[in-house]
Design a protein around this ligand. Sequence first.
Ligand code: SAM
Length: 202
Amino acid sequence: MLVTRLKLAYFNMLEERRLKKLSSPMFRKIDADWKRHYHRINPYKVCRTFWNNPHGIYGETPLSALDPILKECALGPSDVFYDLGAGRARLAIYVAATYPCKVRAVEKIELFNHHTMQLIATYPLHLELHDADILEIDVSDATLIYFYGITFSDNFIRKVAEKIPYGCRVITVSEPLGGRFSVLKKYWVRYPWGKTEVFLQK
Ligand SMILES: C[S@@+](CC[C@H](N)C(=O)[O-])C[C@H]1O[C@@H](n2cnc3c(N)ncnc32)[C@H](O)[C@@H]1O
């Protein structure tokens, strides 16, 4: 347990260093505020309590590791990026503060959404929060979707895949969506829990 905590602290320290070099002053300002909002809130506990099932296994994407993939996607003003299951919306905020596309964060946990709403109200971000279930939200305008769906059932993932509009690119972690999607590129990405493949598909 102690070793795991130390490893996580070390991982986070390296991530923060990389992010400092990578991110814009605008993101760093919002991020400092984001950290103040979540001071003393344990997202793992919040998520576990809210879902009381396997969806409750919380984790966040290391922004510095995902950024090279986002760069390659060349998000422009006509793009609409979705984070399906946005959690504390740090990734959504990062994308909105870094790229000129529209960003939509989809999340069900009220506590996370409460803080995300306050941040959206404070900063001029082109980010919309959808307090909605991933399976119920209309994603027909999406051009790039990020789905960190490692804890979802095959049935859930299949239902998500069915909703995705043709031509939309999708980034998934650990497994590709399969079916009508073709993998455009694979990447090795280091998450706090280990190195895994990330798939960009269409
Ligand atoms: C692993 S976290 C990912 C957070 C963020 N996307 C990131 O990569 O940093 C998954 C999030 O999905 C949310 N989630 C799980 N099932 C959901 C559902 N059916 N509808 C909306 N959000 C859901 C959870 O509450 C959790 O915050």
